[in-house]
Design a binder for this molecule. Structure first.
Ligand code: HEM
Ligand SMILES: [Ca+2]
Length: 213
């Protein structure tokens, strides 16, 4: 009947089952920030984002049916061919996006805050606000965002410009505050994907609140 050390240490033997971390799920490797950004949409955590998952993810963060459907087609068609590893031949019309090789989906006319390996580059992140946050140092207005997108345009890069436009305009629509500011901390949270988790939580809470009313 001897008490175990864990009991002696304050009865913490009833540890709650913790959710597995992303690293556990993705083969024991810590994910890069860009992999985390994409992994939010890998709803069943198997490393591949099928269109149904992109759709569910977009709905979960507050996009409507039409926007989510259009966004899914756009995202999966564009990123599937780029991210499928060279040794894999995916079934036709399934449009899988691979989280592991998501950095291959990088496009031009972006901020370069993600480097070519999908890592976060703090200097580039700071540069966004140094260069374009004129009204207040820690946020972007609608107009300032437009100015940034224009400044980032690479020559003759139609696809990259459209990609950057959609990413940033959608982010702005989802996350701007009442006065139309897109905050620096929100933009920071894009780069590790935590912004999506926050939006999903807020959406769930708003639903619960509406039910109770
Ligand atoms: C509502 C949904 C989404 C929003 C608002 C969003 C927003 C953004 C933003 C603002 C960037 C930064 C671009 C830059 O630094 O200029 C970005 C980059 C990126 N996102 Fe998303 N994203 C979304 C969904 C997705 C999904 C579903 C995927 C793929 C599964 C994805 C893959 C990427 C990739 C590959 C980049 C790197 C682009 C580059 O640096 O060239 N995103 N996203
Ligand atoms: Ca999946």
């Amino acid at each position: 009947m001897g008490s175990r050390p864990a009991d002696a240490a304050g009865g913490q033997q009833q540890q709650q089952a913790e959710e597995p971390s992303m690293a556990d799920v993705y083969g024991g490797h810590e994910l890069t920030p860009l992999q985390k950004h994409a992994a939010f949409f890998d709803r069943n955590r198997d490393g591949i984002i099928y269109p149904s998952e992109t759709y569910q993810g977009l709905r979960a963060i507050g996009c409507g049916v039409v926007l989510s459907a259009a966004g899914t087609v756009f995202i999966n068609v564009f990123l599937s061919s780029k991210t499928v590893p060279a040794n894999v031949k995916p079934p036709a019309f399934k449009f899988p996006i691979y989280v592991k090789t998501i950095q291959q989906g990088k496009h031009g006319s972006d901020t370069d805050v993600y480097d070519t390996q999908g890592r976060f580059v703090p200097e580039k992140f700071e540069e966004i606000f140094k260069k374009h946050a004129h009204t207040r140092p820690d946020a972007l207005t609608d107009k300032e965002l437009g100015e940034m997108l224009k400044a980032n345009r690479d020559p003759k890069d139609f696809a990259g410009r459209v990609g950057a436009f959609v990413e940033w305009r959608l982010l702005y629509a989802l996350c701007k505050d009442k006065e139309g500011f897109l905050h620096k901390e929100t933009v920071k949270a894009v780069y590790d994907g935590s912004v999506f988790e926050k939006l999903e939580r807020e959406k769930k809470e708003a639903k619960e609140f509406a039910k109770k009313k």
